[in-house]
Design a protein around this ligand. Structure first.
Ligand code: ABN
Ligand code: CU
Length: 700
């Protein structure tokens, strides 16, 4: 049912639009409230609960026209995506508000879809299950008592897809735990049954009970609190503090949400779903401002669990599409999440009523030492002739908590023009109770007595809209291959010849490709219209990504159907405004038949993607076989990918970084030869020897 509401909105009195600085800035609290008020005024007969009130990115052409000439071109209209639930009605109301005009310009009811779960939706499950008689009954069967119910907890998960209800009701599955005391890490004490909860009616509508029962473990819990560490011998006392000093402040400049750092300039956006979004990234190459990327973000992720038994088959969270990397973001703390001299950006989101929720310090921006940027020494004078420059990196980061896991997302800018995405995983394993001597059949590991943790993958989808030296880009896959000429032939006499083989994708169908570590496979975002003066190769940024496991659930499985983006390492689509979510806009409770998102956009695969505006979708991640070292809290595990300039700069773009040490051969001779040369840093007067006289002088 599609309702165009321009007639409704036209008799709504338009309040003055709250001002905004930059068309890509996230909505302010005032804008969120204004958008909600416009929707409520347009639909006075409806009782609405807001699920999403978020900036609808301006059309790219409009944005770029404004960005090229902000004094003469009007800012694009400030449009707002709305997702709301109507009391007692299945599906969602999807709308678009024009804040500039103060109007609801589109609204439609979508049946058969379920919206994202907000933190508010998650929070109400626990309260309800504790009171439910059937849940209490199951807790007693598990070995607890009715008096224990206030120590019963759950992590509410989306249900995946369950044929019993399809999309009829808005569901959560409660992954159950017990805390032996209020500070217990509940993941030591999982319960074996799974209540199904209707989010809108706030009732338990079923309880899934496994065929094999596993009573709650009565063992002492494993924990990471001071008392638990004390019991294991206490905290280490042999760590001296390390402080970061930036006596002259930071090297980046911020105007609103635009950052300038070491020739880079970009805008930092943030939304409920993708979290950090980096837009309009350019590089000032000796006065020529060269576009690199229009938009980069994490667009989706999926965490499929690999145990065929209840309830693990239904555990494959899409943490961005089902909960939102913005909605779950942490408020960060100085000196804890990031160290040094920090600039924070806050975030604002709507609540169900359309009021705004404020998250202080949602994004951290800071610099860190980046190790050696480049170095070379000459063996001829015993390495006295040498150069060494140290790098600094700029990091834009956020951390979100997806119930048990923490995902730490770092967008890192390096002085050589490289942009890196690093994700670190920490937090707590999702666990299950196990019986004494239970055979886990290879699908899980006992990480603590009576606690199993199931095999799973963390697969992320990076969305990149490149703009390498302009909008007309192509994607080429590059494989390192041996020469096709036989050993002994004139063209490969000694058999050693190898080269890169570049395959330029012409259509979206051709671009569906997988990783190949054996050929060091990478994918270049090239501008075929600009060739390098020396190499003759197209100006490009290369995607270098080496943690690219295949999706292990089989083709035809529920996960594979729902998470089509994860079936392959790379997809490429022609650019379309507001096409952001590779598993579809409404991910909860999709059956995957048909697969939403990428397969719909790619269709028969004939879409032209050569020398045009394209989007590259890259799935990467890790396969996690849990181990006891991951428990009771996981040491952060990093994974990383790079976007590297190749044939883009004339030569090393960081040559102008002042070296920490530089000595030419003639300077070595003038100084009296290699033995007389004393190597001191030209730039760092703080570093000192750890032991001996200079250490003592400093610290007494
Ligand atoms: N890891 C799945 C998840 C995320 C958020 C909330 C509950 C569960
Ligand atoms: Cu994991």
């Amino acid at each position: 049912m599609l309702e165009r509401l321009s007639q409704i909105s036209s008799h709504t009195k338009a309040a003055p639009a709250p001002s905004f600085d930059h068309p890509l800035d996230p909505l302010s609290g005032a804008e969120i409230r204004a958008a909600a008020a416009i929707v409520k005024a347009a639909l006075p007969e409806k009782t609405l609960a807001f699920n999403v009130i978020s900036l609808a990115d301006p059309p790219k052409a409009e944005f770029l026209a404004w960005a090229a000439s902000p004094e003469t071109v009007a800012k694009p209209a400030r449009e707002v995506d709305i997702v709301a639930l109507e009391a007692g009605v299945n599906g969602v109301l999807e709308g678009l508000v024009d804040l500039t005009a103060g109007k609801l310009i589109k609204i439609k009811h979508l049946d058969g879809v379920q919206p994202i779960l907000t933190v508010h939706d998650l929070a109400k499950v626990e309260l309800a299950i504790r009171k439910d008689p059937k849940v209490i009954e199951q807790c007693i069967i598990s070995g607890l008592t009715a008096e224990d119910m206030e120590r019963v907890y759950c992590d509410p998960w989306t249900i995946g897809y369950d044929e019993r209800w399809g999309t009829e009701r808005r569901l959560q599955q409660a992954i159950m735990y017990y805390r032996s005391d209020i500070d217990d890490s509940q993941y030591s004490h999982p319960l074996d049954f799974c209540p199904i909860f209707d989010t809108e009616t706030a009732e338990v509508i079923a309880i899934d009970i496994p065929p094999v029962r596993r009573p709650v473990s009565k063992r002492k819990h494993a924990n990471f609190h001071a008392a638990a560490v004390e019991a294991l011998g206490g905290y280490r006392t042999n760590i001296k503090p390390i402080y970061v000093e930036q006596p002259e402040g930071v090297s980046f400049k911020i105007t609103g949400r635009e950052i300038e750092w070491q020739n880079f300039k970009f805008h930092v956006g943030f939304n409920y779903r993708e979290g950090i979004v980096l837009n309009n990234i350019t590089y000032n190459d000796h006065g020529e401002v060269r576009p690199l990327f229009y938009r980069i973000s994490l667009s989706e992720m999926v965490v499929p669990y690999g145990c065929p038994d209840h309830p693990h088959h239904r555990k494959h969270a899409f943490d961005l599409g089902e909960y939102g990397g913005g909605y779950m973001t942490n408020s960060l703390a100085l000196g804890c999440d990031c160290k040094g001299v920090i600039h924070y950006m806050d975030a604002e989101f709507p609540d169900r009523k359309g009021e705004s929720i404020f998250i202080k310090n949602a994004i951290c921006i800071h610099e860190e030492d980046d190790g050696v940027l480049f170095k070379h020494s000459d063996f001829r004078d015993n390495y006295a002739t040498s150069v060494l420059a140290r790098g600094v990196k700029l990091i834009v980061s956020q951390i979100f908590t997806a119930a048990n896991y923490e995902y730490m997302v770092y967008w890192v800018f390096h002085m050589d023009g490289t942009i890196q995405l690093e994700i670190k995983l920490t937090g707590i394993l999702n666990t299950f109770v196990m019986n004494e001597d239970e055979d886990l059949h290879g699908f899980a590991t006992q990480v603590y007595p009576g606690v199993s943790a199931q095999n799973h993958q963390h697969l992320f989808c990076l969305r990149v809209n490149p703009m390498v030296d302009g909008l007309a880009n192509s994607i080429q896959m590059v494989d390192a291959v041996p020469s096709s000429e036989p050993v002994g032939s004139p063209a490969n006499k000694y058999g050693n010849a190898f080269m890169p083989k570049a395959t330029v994708f012409k259509t979206a169908g051709e671009a569906i490709t997988d990783y190949n570590g054996a050929t060091s496979r990478s994918w270049d975002m090239i501008n075929p219209n600009r060739k390098h003066p020396y190499s003759g190769k197209p100006s490009s940024y290369k995607l270098v990504s080496r943690e690219v496991p295949s999706l292990l659930p089989k083709p035809g499985s529920l996960v594979s159907n729902r998470a089509a983006f994860a079936r392959h390492a790379v997809h490429v689509t022609p650019y379309v405004d507001r096409q952001f979510y590779p598993a579809g806009t409404y991910v909860p409770q999709t059956s995957g038949v048909p697969s939403r998102g990428l397969p719909e956009w790619i269709g028969d695969g004939t879409g032209a993607i050569e020398n045009t505006d394209v989007v590259l979708w890259h799935t990467f991640g890790i396969t996690h076989f849990p181990a006891p070292e991951d428990f009771p809290i996981m040491p952060a595990e990093p994974m990383s990918l790079l976007l590297r300039p190749r044939n883009f700069f004339v030569q090393n773009p960081a040559l102008d970084v002042p070296p920490s040490h530089l000595m030419t051969t003639s300077q070595v001779i003038k100084a009296g030869g290699a033995d007389a040369v004393k190597v001191d840093s030209l730039t760092d007067k703080v570093s000192r020897l750890a032991f001996g006289e200079s250490a003592e002088k400093c610290c007494k």
